[in-house]
Design a protein. Structure first.
Length: 505
């Protein structure tokens, strides 16, 4: 008896096109009955595309044929499009079956092992691929048309959900993840967090991907650069750039471009560099005077207890000092920089004057960037009109100029938000500084790890050197503290304003 196996397949759409599994199965079994084949096994593929050979039931079929070599003589399908839509996949599969002594047969098409049958098989396989390519072209054209209208046609990113067609928009907010994504943008826009720190915060909030798993460092970077959150559809591979989406954005344009400005380095981040062990806040911040590298810290076991030490890194033994001694010396160093009331009064007046001048300059920078962005947008609008309505330029010319203008527009928008100053209560900040700075040493001792690191960078942005006994060299302090040069005028002690504001003649 000649043995055969039957393979039938449908995609979800084709179940409505008279190609259901029962229809195909009846036709294949009738064909086997007419040919006198014994049906050894039936394989049903549901909802799988023929564009790929990575189909579970097809893999099972090939395994069955291999394990039953000699018993299986034919694989019977409804037609060749059920087997494979790519001609190269078709002939690769058929060649594999032939190596097992198995021939392919179609219940509705005249193919066999004769020269005419092989020719017909080749023609039908080519037509199957042609039909698949036409469908792909139509699908791609439809997707591009939808994208041009601002519809998102792909899987929604974290924070959004794909909306039902009845809603009239392509995306809707995910009430669970959407607020967390917005919070991630808002936190990063402050400039106080690195991407790694933001990732840790997002994980504590419970922000996960669609599979419920915690975000990776790569995912948080992709999230922060995704224009879709600002309602902008941008898919270069489909030729769609900068289209306003048909859905409600999760964040404002201002917030998005503020984040891009920080990511690109146009706005400096104030996030402290983490030296993450809470027991050693000065690790990496205090440098060895001998080798120039930052000190590290560790615990050493004594006879009955552990002792904490700061010391040089491998290769240098110039410094080995107890944690208590080094941190005590650093607190003393902070105390030396505590300003007098007279200095704080003069500093406050100068800061407020400089802040007012800076705000005026920034307003002019923002207005200039807005004018530039508006001019570029007008050029884009004229380019669209020339291509879409006047037909005075071809697609290559349009794409070349549009790409350049959109890049310029993005940079202009980033510039506009790079120069933007946060709304700050400067008077309140200076008043806070008047209370904090005279107690800086005590506050540093009592603060958390992150707060200590911020204090350290505030007073000594470039770090500080230690020779094993004390701090050495000229310390590079924050700009405000470099003006603590007292001058004598009779019996008065005043602060030299040189450097706080321009010297006038």
């Amino acid at each position: 008896m000649v043995g055969a196996v039957v393979y039938v397949r449908v995609s979800t759409k084709e179940q409505t096109e008279n190609l259901s599994l029962p229809t195909q199965l009846r036709a294949c079994e009738e064909y086997c009955r007419r040919q006198g084949y014994e049906v050894l096994e039936r394989f049903h593929e549901e909802g799988e595309s023929a564009k790929t050979t990575d189909r579970s039931q097809l893999q099972n079929l090939l395994t069955y044929c291999r394990l039953n070599k000699g018993r299986v003589h034919f694989v019977v399908v409804f037609n060749l499009t059920r087997f494979a839509r790519d001609k190269y996949d078709h002939f690769a599969l058929r060649s594999h079956l032939q190596s097992l002594g198995i021939s392919l047969r179609s219940a509705t098409e005249p193919i066999d092992d004769t020269s005419t049958g092989k020719l017909m098989e080749g023609v039908l396989a080519a037509f199957a691929q042609f039909d698949n390519d036409v469908r792909s072209d139509r699908t791609r054209a439809g997707m591009k048309a939808a994208l041009e209208l601002g519809r998102w046609v792909f899987l929604a990113p974290i924070g959004y959900l794909n909306a039902p067609r009845s809603m009239g928009r392509s995306l809707m907010h995910d009430t669970e993840r959407g607020p967390l994504v917005r919070r991630a943008f808002e936190d990063y826009a402050t400039g106080r967090y690195t991407k790694e720190q933001l990732l840790k915060r997002a994980r504590t909030w419970g922000l996960t991907n669609r599979r419920g798993k915690l975000l990776t460092s790569q995912a948080i970077g992709v999230l922060l650069r995704n224009q879709l959150y600002a309602g902008i559809v941008d898919v270069p591979e489909y030729g769609v750039r900068g289209k306003r989406g048909d859905f409600e954005p999760l964040i404002s344009d201002e917030l998005f471009y503020r984040v891009q400005a920080i990511l690109s380095g146009r706005v400096p981040s104030t996030a402290p560099r983490q030296r993450a062990h809470p027991d050693f806040p000065l690790r990496g911040f205090v440098r060895c005077e001998s080798c120039g590298r930052g000190l590290t810290g560790s615990w050493s076991k004594g006879r009955s207890e552990y002792y904490a030490y700061y010391h040089c890194r491998p290769g240098c033994r110039a410094v080995n000092v107890s944690k208590a001694m080094l941190e005590g010396l650093f607190a003393d160093e902070l105390a030396l920089l505590q300003p007098t009331p007279g200095y704080m009064r003069l500093l406050k007046e100068s800061v407020l004057r400089i802040w007012k001048t800076r705000k005026a300059a920034v307003r002019e920078e923002i207005e200039s960037a807005e004018r530039a962005a508006k001019a570029i947008q007008q050029k884009l609008d004229r380019l669209d009109e020339a291509f879409l309505f006047e037909r005075s330029i071809d697609i290559e010319t349009y794409d070349r100029h549009a790409e350049k203008l959109r890049e310029e527009l993005t940079l202009a928008r980033i510039d506009r938000h790079s120069g933007q100053l946060d709304e700050l209560d400067v008077e309140g900040i200076v008043a806070f500084a008047e209370r904090v700075l005279p107690r800086a040493a005590d506050l540093w001792v009592q603060a958390s790890l992150e707060q200590r690191q911020r204090f350290q960078l505030l007073f000594f942005p470039g770090g500080i050197a230690f020779d094993g006994k004390g701090f050495v060299g000229t310390r590079v302090t924050a700009q405000a503290f470099s003006y603590l040069r007292e001058i004598q005028t009779g019996n008065e002690r005043v602060v030299d304003q040189t450097g706080i504001e321009p010297v006038t003649s």
